[in-house]
Write a protein that binds this ligand. Structure first.
Ligand code: PGA
Length: 254
């Protein structure tokens, strides 16, 4: 049994003050939703504050990025040990990191290794862009991104993988549930080849890209979709609560 997981990626939104407001608004209800992991990923500067607010609840915390070196002269960067006692999860290789900050597959691999070494749970993001999709290259791109990220990694531990097609992120044009499930099933097959069947069956896979309270149901009805990574809709308490609630209900009924 894979425990469903919904994560809210707040991206570069909220100040410390508004982050507090958002958490206060949903924490009580969110805490009560059963049978599902709920992860909030606020900006770095709010991690500690949000962490304190959710202490003692079932809500978990994640960061949106980190550098792969453990310490040193890397002005402006955040290291794995800095995050280790602050949060449980770390988003790695989000497409916005790849597009705007030049993150390569090689860097993503180093970050994944660093996260596993320090004991943070990675949420590894992969996804093809529109041009690649239209050229029929989705399978090749995903296979390449997943295999490159996992180079020389002996055990994935609790790693979560999120399929986030670039054309669906922030566009209001989500993938269809069938499209998303097909790619996540492909990812499970890649994991079987790279590791083994048991790893593939136990690894949790998310879909991300324009998920909201109206379309969540279709996604989490799918057998290979264990949860979602939510951007825009995670900044609205009622939306996020509804997404988590629906996921919990649908998955519990299965
Ligand atoms: P979106 O972002 O839900 O706003 O499309 C998803 C993501 O980038 O994780």
């Amino acid at each position: 049994m894979r425990i469903p997981i919904v994560a809210g990626n707040w991206k570069m939104n909220t100040t410390i003050e508004s982050a507090v407001g958002l958490v206060q608004e949903m924490k009580g209800e969110l805490d009560k939703i059963p049978g599902i992991e709920k992860v909030l990923c606020p900006p770095f500067v709010s991690l500690s504050t949000v962490g304190n607010l959710i202490k003692g609840t079932s809500i978990e915390l994640g960061a949106q990025n980190m550098y792969f070196e453990m310490e040193g002269a890397y002005t402006g960067e955040i290291s794995p040990p800095m995050l280790k006692n602050l949060c449980q999860y770390i988003i790695i290789g989000h497409s916005e990191r790849r597009i705007f900050f030049g993150e390569t597959n090689e860097m993503v691999n180093k970050k994944l290794k660093a996260a596993l070494k320090i004991g943070l749970i990675p949420i590894l993001c992969v996804g093809e862009n529109l041009k690649e999709k239209e050229a029929g290259k989705t399978e090749a791109v995903i296979t390449n991104q997943v295999s490159a990220a996992m180079q020389e990694i002996a055990s994935l531990q609790k790693t979560v993988i999120a399929y986030e097609p670039l054309w669906a992120i922030g566009s209001g044009k989500a993938a269809s549930a069938t499209q998303a499930n097909t790619v996540l099933n492909l990812i499970r097959n890649i994991i079987t080849k790279l590791y083994d069947e048991q790893t593939a069956q136990s690894i949790r896979l998310q879909y991300g890209g324009s998920v909201n309270s109206n379309n969540i149901g279709e996604f989490v009805e799918m057998p290979d979709i264990d949860g979602v990574l939510v951007g825009g809709a995670s900044l609205k308490a009622a939306e996020f609560l509804s997404i988590v609630e629906q996921t919990s209900k649908i998955k519990q009924a299965k």
